[in-house]
Design a protein around this ligand. Structure first.
Ligand code: 26W
Length: 864
């Protein structure tokens, strides 16, 4: 935002608290607290009206009775409970089962049993889908019907919704993206199957113990999962280890893999219903089961424990999600998970293709397999193995089929996140695959030699095997080479792929890398998460906005209407009150809903720079204490996110946030101006509560390091203004919402690259910034950790002496833009105008747009 948009800030004189209150009044709902309560009721009515307007399919008295009886029958006959004894969790299961029936009806109506021309197979080790009830109700247009049916049974829908555990089968961005894509493909009627793992335990539950992160196992399946269908008839054998033999048939040599160990992959399907129930896809998750649950001979021989040891080993494959989303830890169990789900998925889709079409030669015409990062990259040799070993294809034909069926999406450039597997581990666990990888690599390097490119530097750069520190398979190179198209997830990221990690590969095939900027599903992140804002949009631009987000643009015409601004601001106010309640319930901290809610929610990682935000918080705290009577803009800094359990520095950052919170929240000198809250156990459902209540969205990664970001899109769509670097999709968000409606600061990716080449940049930056030096001194000397003064020494020294994430270099500009934001908040008319323009101009970031682009340019699937 530029100061040019000047609108005079209400004059606030030092020490005049009455004036300060008036300045804030622009952020109050019309009429204050009472009016806000009645507004809440009005919105509830509005959204009912909106939904009725939007023609809920079965919205009439009969269908309420019908659904009520269906829910009652599920409770009694499927769950064996009585309405009197049922807990919310039972009502949830009964409601989910009743709705699942309707999803299945929609599925049968939609496809009519026809074999689709082409299917998308989305292979992902993570699907962070969250709760499914509101998605299902909304997409079936049964929200009001369900609410009334439950009311008749004496139950409140909101309580039932709260009783659903999150399906948290993912770490962060990559897993949530897969969930948004699944919803969008169903809504666009793109025939698709998502393939992943049915983890018993999703991402760990985070709690705080004296400000430190503690992890506890997550138990979403404890009481079963009413959405899923077990499909024991779709079970595949997955081999590990063993040896390879050869046989000759004329001049044809064939190889046969004899695994030492096999594990069964059993399918569980979760239906994914699209918008208005027109189409239903499946999410097929694999559970690992032992071949023989008990080794009988051992059991009968008296070794009762040893007899079930094999079972425990086999089943450990789908036991738990790896909680690291930024460093490849290289553990054997992880490789077993990757191969397990990839092999099961490929066997399943090959079998389906053969049933439907009879001949695997036509696989590329009828199947597009998308690899979500390199986690399923073993698909390249596995599909080759299936084709050559089980279906007698020649190497050349198998390669043609493979490379015309696979696509690969890259989600990170961080070197520590790029997967490589030691060759000796691969040889031990997947001996046949290692042979095939060598064969692919040999063919690949022969082709280079044929083109006269056999100098050792070139060969080392394009080889699928990295020999620089022991021999390791580069999974990124393997996925790149085995795919028809490779894509990055934002414009900047896709360009950086071409100039950094994949530069040598890109030069060989310059048309292979495409950009497909990420998106989010508006059904979940606007319609379901923010029904009040949705009601306002429907009322303003018409109910068609539910089908076509481009119509949100029409809101821009009202951005200068003071009345509309008030209504838009009142919606935010309702959500901020709700969030304030969540905050006090979960942390005991009470916050003022009229303060600016400044939100940073995402995984805790050094490159995302929560530490920059915390240092700025300390500097602000110090500035307020020095001039307590200045007209500071009241702020609540809200943080949420999990740290990988083994990531020491990230866990220390959480502790720092909590230590700062304890100090400043109790300090009367800053009361009413500054608070800090760390909300524990960030999750999809907590995000749904935070995002509609956010005024400011922190997207402050070191430029060049955040591949895209998708939280940035959710927050901007809901009208939070972004403070961000020119990184990932922030750049495209700026292009859409307009440079006047976003706060950009700091070095860009080129600037970062130049600066890291210099020496002592951190020392110089700190010497030039007394404010930064003072904040670092406070943290480093134990002002926030009097019980252990040296606790944060390593964090502070990291910034002072090394600072690979350039916190020191970007600090002053960050401080500058934050003060600009303080000033902008005092001009409510301008603030709300910018917020409205954000909502109005974010339509392009719908994952429907992303999916249409993938369909047209990568998968070659028709979308009506
Ligand atoms: C092997 C360990 C590991 C696990 C997961 C390394 C890296 C990952 C993911 C690729 C990390 C991830 O989630 N990346 C995020 O993907 C989002 C969706 O494209 C982007 O929006 C985020 O910017 C990116 O960090």
């Amino acid at each position: 935002m530029t100061p040019a948009e000047s609108e005079r800030a209400p004059a606030a004189t030092k020490g005049d608290s009455k004036v300060l209150n008036e300045a804030q009044a622009g952020h109050e709902p019309i009429g204050g607290a009472d009016a806000s309560a009645s507004l809440s009721a009005k919105f509830a009515k509005d959204s009912a009206a909106t939904r009725a307007l939007a023609k809920e399919k079965l919205f009439n008295g009969d269908s309420v009775v019908e659904l009520r009886e269906a829910i009652r029958a599920k409770l009694v006959y499927a769950l064996g409970k009585t309405p009197e004894s049922a807990r919310d969790r039972d009502w949830f299961a009964a409601t989910a089962l009743a709705l699942r029936d309707r999803v299945i009806d929609a599925c049968h109506e939609g496809t009519g049993g026809k074999v689709p021309e082409k299917r998308v197979y989305y292979l992902s080790l993570e699907f962070l889908i969250g709760r499914l009830l509101s998605d299902a109700m909304n997409n079936l247009r049964l929200v009001e019907t369900t609410k009334l049916a439950l009311k008749d049974l004496g139950v409140q829908l909101s309580e039932v919704e709260e009783a659903e555990p999150d399906a948290a089968l993912g770490n962060g961005g990559l897993g949530r993206l897969a969930a948004c894509f699944m919803e969008s493909m169903a809504s666009l009627s793109i025939p698709a199957i998502g393939y992943g793992i049915r983890y018993d335990h999703g991402i760990f539950r985070q709690s705080m113990e004296d400000g430190w992160q503690r992890e506890a196992p997550e138990t979403w399946l404890e009481e079963g999962n009413p959405w899923e269908f077990p499909r024991p008839e779709s079970t595949y054998r997955i081999g590990f280890g063993g040896h390879v033999t050869m046989s000759a048939n004329g001049d044809q040599i064939r190889r046969h893999w004899h695994p030492a160990e096999t594990v069964n992959a059993v399918a569980y399907d979760i239906p994914v219903v699209g918008w208005r129930g027109k189409h239903v896809n499946q999410l097929r998750l694999w559970k690992a089961e032992a071949d023989a649950p008990v080794e009988l001979a051992r059991f009968n021989g008296g070794d009762h424990v040893g007899a079930v040891a094999g079972r425990a080993r086999a089943e450990s494959i789908s036991r738990v999600l790896y909680p690291s989303d930024s460093s490849a830890e290289g553990q054997e169990l992880r490789l077993r998970q990757e191969y397990f789900f990839t092999s099961a998925s490929l066997q399943d889709l090959v079998r389906r293709h053969l049933n439907e079409r009879g001949d695997l030669r036509s696989l590329p015409d009828h199947a597009a397999i998308q690899l979500n990062d390199t986690h399923p990259a073993i698909a390249v040799p596995e599909l080759m193995r299936i084709l050559m070993e089980e279906h007698d294809f020649s190497y050349e034909d198998a390669w043609h089929i493979t490379t015309n069926t696979l696509g690969y999406t890259n989600h990170t450039l961080l070197p520590e996140a790029l997967e490589t597997w030691p060759v000796d581990l691969m040889e031990r666990l997947l001996p046949r695959h290692m042979q095939i990888i060598y064969l692919i690599n040999w063919t690949h390097l022969e082709e280079q030699a044929r083109q006269g490119k056999s100098d050792s530097a070139h060969v080392a750069a394009v080889s699928l095997i990295d020999e620089s520190h022991g021999k390791r398979v580069r999974m990124g190179h393997l996925a790149f080479h085995g795919s028809r198209r490779v894509n990055g997830v934002s414009a900047l990221h896709s360009e950086l792929l071409k100039t950094t990690v994949f530069k040598p590969m890109h030069e060989l095939e310059p048309d292979k890398i495409l950009n497909k900027t990420n998106g989010i599903t508006f059904r979940r992140w606007l319609h379901n998460a923010n029904p009040e804002l949705t009601a306002l949009a429907v009322e303003t631009v018409g109910e068609e906005v539910l089908d076509d987000p481009e119509l949100l643009t029409g809101l821009a015409d009202h951005a200068d209407d003071p009345d509309f601004r008030k209504r838009y601001a009142a919606v935010r106010r309702v959500r901020k009150r709700k969030l304030a309640q969540v905050i006090v319930e979960r942390t005991g901290i009470s916050v003022d809903p009229s303060a600016l809610f400044d939100v940073q929610i995402k995984r805790i990682h050094e490159y995302k720079r929560q530490l920059l935000n915390l240092i700025e918080t300390v500097a602000l705290y110090q500035a307020i204490k020095e001039a307590p009577h200045k007209d500071w803009t009241p702020r609540v800094k809200i943080f949420g996110g999990k740290a990988a359990p083994s990531y020491v520095q990230a866990k220390l950052i959480i502790k720092l946030a909590n230590d700062i919170a304890r100090t400043i929240n109790d300090d009367a000198d800053v009361a009413g101006r500054l608070k800090l809250v760390f909300l524990p156990n960030y999750s999809v459902s907590l995000a749904e509560a935070i995002i509609p209540a956010a005024d400011l969205s922190e997207q402050i990664s070191t430029a060049g390091m955040e591949a895209s970001g998708t939280g940035n899109m959710k927050l901007a769509l809901n009208g939070a203004l972004t403070v961000g670097t020119l990184d990932g999709a922030n750049i495209e968000i700026r292009d859409h919402v307009g440079a006047d409606n976003i706060f950009i600061f700091g070095l860009d990716a080129v600037g970062v690259q130049a600066r890291v080449g210099e020496s002592a940049y951190a020392q110089r930056a700190i010497a030039a910034s007394p404010r930064l030096a003072k904040a670092l001194d406070a943290i480093g000397s134990g002002v926030f950790s009097p019980d252990e003064r040296g606790r944060f020494g390593s964090l502070v020294d990291g910034v002072r002496y090394h600072d690979p994430y350039l916190i020191s270099v970007d600090f002053d500009d960050y401080w500058r833009v934050q003060r600009e934001i303080d000033a902008a908040w005092k001009r409510p008319a301008t603030w709300w105008r910018a917020a409205i323009l954000n909502t109005a101009r974010m339509a392009w970031f719908s994952s429907d747009r992303s999916m249409r682009e993938y369909a047209a340019e990568i998968w070659r699937v028709k979308v009506d």
